[in-house]
Design a protein around this ligand. Structure first.
Ligand SMILES: Cc1cc2nc3c(=O)[nH]c(=O)nc-3n(C[C@H](O)[C@H](O)[C@H](O)COP(=O)(O)O)c2cc1C
Length: 489
């Protein structure tokens, strides 16, 4: 029988009040000895494990004998092993296991690239490519993101960053940080809730939400879920049938929308070659290819088939078709949208809308000046996220000259390529009143639905706050061009 098996637990610790007089000292002595037994003779962390003093058969003399006999080599190995285990235990922190699958997924998503990767995994290839892709060689899509990355900070220090405030003003109203969700067509292919999820998340984050004319939730549905104080903008495409546009503008006013965004970079639809290759339609058509894609993404297919049919909800019941039959977007837009859109239409829109108008898709100083002359409240420098004219300039690159030319006459929003909170800071430092981002909320929706959008908006704001602190700017008003250096070209 080994020494260990003869050990008997003593229920007492030296300070135990039930010890008899005299016992205290004795056990206190052997408590210390028991440590020695643990480390050199038995190799078992007896005291550490049980919180008790162990004495062989309650016989203190026997224990002293054991101690005196010194360690065996097996005991030494065990001791070394136990030492290593103790060290390991002191550095290893086991994470609490997360039972909620969405929370688990989001915990590993530290940035937008992670959300994009998750969306890619969860969405069928055609759906992901519709969101992710750009026009032709995707040069502009790539340039939009790169332009932010290439800009470098010139951070200031020792400026007391005890309290950093990301809040700002846009169109005369406050927002929690200078960020607006851009209008995107067909969000429900990323998640059945679609725009409703984005409206709620944007309201929680304290930033404006923009509904696309090609939305899959109607003007009224979005207004209904928007909590008190939420900021809703409506994006206008000009149908050949202007009465349809007028009707949507009136519905927006009636539903309490704050601003109209007129998209002006879509005289014709850009050629998005990923969609061409896949023969992608909206809503996605279930053909042999998409069937296989759907089978490989059963979660998405299940949600898609269970939810109500996806349609262009703002034009349901009108003669232009509501997308309930699968259509190629290019075909639909070519037949329905008016390539004759001109500055006269801006005037017309101003005549039927009382609130602020944002012209989205301005890409030159010359047009920025015309927009200021037309008296719009703001412009969004934008190339439609690289989905229209491939080879168009990156909005971020245009900022300095446009802000210089018209920044005192209207607000300038920088739309496209925003992937991080630090991009928001860079744009504002160069004079943008805010940024707009489209793919950000679509990746987030595809990755984890509404909670994904919450997550994305949280890390965008946190990233902006952290970057401001590291740059020495406590408020958005403190951001100025000296904080950013652009690469020389
Ligand atoms: C899938 C998708 C759909 C879009 N649909 C619209 C739209 O209906 N109307 C519009 O003005 N812009 C639309 N855009 C462009 C966005 O409003 C925005 O300009 C663009 O996403 C900004 O680039 P980012 O994705 O890099 O943030 C869409 C963009 C994407 C990715």
């Amino acid at each position: 029988m080994s020494e260990l098996e003869t050990l008997t637990p003593v229920e007492t610790l030296p300070s135990d009040p039930e010890l008899e007089d005299g016992d205290h000292d004795r056990f206190s002595h052997y408590a210390r000895k028991a440590d020695i037994v643990e480390s050199t003779v038995t190799g078992r962390p007896i005291v550490a494990l049980c919180g008790k003093v162990w004495v062989p058969n309650r016989d203190p003399d026997r224990l002293a004998e054991v101690v005196a006999s010194g360690p065996t080599s097996a005991a030494k190995d065990r001791t070394r092993l136990m030492g290593m285990l103790r060290t390991l235990r002191s550095v290893v922190r086991l994470r609490r296991s997360e039972l909620d699958r969405t929370a688990r997924r989001l915990r590993g998503a530290a940035n937008l690239d992670d959300l994009r990767r998750l969306a890619k995994k969860r969405l069928p290839g055609g759906v992901f490519d519709y969101i992710d892709g750009g026009a032709e060689d995707e040069l502009t899509l790539d340039r939009n993101v790169r332009s932010f990355r290439e800009a470098e900070f010139r951070p200031r220090v020792l400026r007391d960053m005890g309290a950093v405030d990301t809040s700002s003003m846009l169109l005369g109203r406050p927002l929690a940080f200078p960020f607006v969700t851009a209008p995107t067509g067909f969000p429900r292919i990323a998640d059945p809730e679609g725009e409703l999820a984005v409206v709620r998340a944007a309201a929680r984050a304290g930033v404006p939400f923009t509904l696309s004319t090609m939305g899959t939730r109607s003007i009224e549905e979005c207004a209904e879920v928007a909590p008190e104080g939420a900021r809703l903008w409506f994006q206008v495409y000009t149908w050949r049938d202007r009465s349809l546009v007028q009707e949507m503008v009136e519905r927006s006013a009636a539903a309490g929308y704050e601003a109209l965004v007129l998209t002006v970079d879509t005289a014709v639809l850009g050629r998005r070659e990923r969609d061409v290759r896949r023969g992608f339609t909206l809503p996605p058509e279930i053909g042999p290819g998409t069937f296989l894609d759907g089978m490989l993404h059963p979660g998405w297919t299940w949600r898609f088939l269970r939810s109500e049919p996806i349609r262009f909800s703002n034009v349901v019941g009108s003669s232009v078709g509501d997308g309930s039959d699968a259509v190629s977007l290019a075909e639909y837009m070519t037949t329905q949208f008016d390539p004759g859109l001109s500055w006269r239409d801006v005037e017309w829109l101003q005549s039927i809308w009382d609130g602020p108008i944002v012209l989205k898709g301005i890409q030159t100083v010359a047009d920025a000046r015309l927009a200021a002359d037309a008296g719009v409240a703001a412009i969004a420098l934008s190339n439609h996220g690289g989905r229209q004219l491939d080879g168009a300039p990156a909005p971020f690159d245009l900022l300095p000259e446009v802000v210089d030319a018209v920044g005192h006459r209207l607000e300038v929003i920088c739309d496209g390529g925003v992937r991080r909170g630090s991009d928001v800071v860079k744009a504002c430092a160069l004079g943008a009143a805010a940024v707009m981002a489209g793919r950000a909320h679509l990746y987030a929706l595809g990755a984890a639905g509404e909670r994904g959008v919450d997550h994305m908006l949280e890390f965008m704001q946190a990233g902006a706050a952290r970057t401001m602190a590291l740059c020495g700017a406590a408020t958005v008003a403190d951001l100025d061009p000296t904080l950013v250096r652009l690469p020389s070209r």
